[in-house]
Design a protein around this ligand. Structure first.
Ligand code: SAH
Length: 226
């Protein structure tokens, strides 16, 4: 799987891909992530990528020309499944959308900044818009990192068996059961005995019951989706 992340602030997005699971996924050759500096496609000597909004008002708007040049360059080298603009009014990112995207081969994530991109970018140059939630960030970089993380951990081979994504929250409309590790007793706070009973069938049953109970308590809305 390959991601091209287009941004005017490459530094903002480098670190999430340089550590832990996302770094290992790239090392294993399962995923490649390319961060592209939009300023390299600017047409003027000041490397500008934004300008004042027509009609006035506060906030700069990202210009269409550098974005068009950048996307044309990318498209000349690869065929993309989707060119995604990160946007607070886009389709909401959920686990099921992450599952769907994890089956794609090549994705572009376009990060906006300031007031966002010229509307004509959204009308003509992208194929899809995704939001990570109903709040406004100052740029699309953190949103792109969230999306890429949620998707990359689902790519087969990225997670080892013991951290399998299948047992995570939302995969089956249930949230994950509680987890414990050593010591079994700490300040008198005990681990549920079943977990140290060695009886796997009972452990699985307990985990499932806990998942259902937690979902009923915390996220009853998920149970009505089944
Ligand atoms: N004026 C816009 C917000 C611009 S925020 C509006 O009111 O809708 C600047 C950039 O941050 C956006 O272009 C987008 O790329 C990114 N962004 C902000 N919030 C986001 C969210 N919830 N999900 C995804 N991207 C977001």
């Amino acid at each position: 799987m390959h991601f091209d992340i287009v941004t005017c602030l490459p530094k903002l997005i480098e670190s999430p891909f340089s550590d832990s699971i996302l770094k290992r996924a790239q090392k294993k050759g399962l995923v490649t992530v390319n961060i592209i500096d939009l300023r390299a496609y600017s047409t003027d000597k000041h490397k500008s990528i934004d300008d004042y909004a027509f009609g006035g008002g506060a906030g700069m708007v990202m210009m269409i020309e550098p974005i068009d040049r950048c996307l044309a360059d990318l498209k000349s080298k690869r065929k993309y499944d989707d060119i995604i603009y990160m946007s607070p009014d886009g389709q909401r990112l959920t686990q099921s959308l992450a599952n769907e995207l994890s089956l794609k081969k090549n994705l572009v994530l376009l990060c906006g900044h300031y007031k966002g991109v010229d509307e004509r970018v959204r009308q003509h140059l992208i194929t899809r818009e995704i939001s990570i939630g109903d709040y406004v960030l100052s740029g699309g970089e953190l949103a792109a990192a969230v999306l890429a993380d949620a998707v990359i951990r689902l790519v087969p081979g990225v997670l080892s068996d013991e951290t399998s994504a299948l047992s995570d929250s939302f995969q089956d409309n249930l949230i994950a059961p509680p987890v414990y590790t050593r010591p079994a007793s700490y300040k008198g706070w005990e681990v549920p005995p079943v977990l140290i009973s060695g009886h796997q069938a009972k452990i699985d049953e307990w985990r499932h019951e806990q998942s259902v109970e937690r979902t009923q308590k915390r996220r009853p809305d998920l149970l009505s989706n089944v």
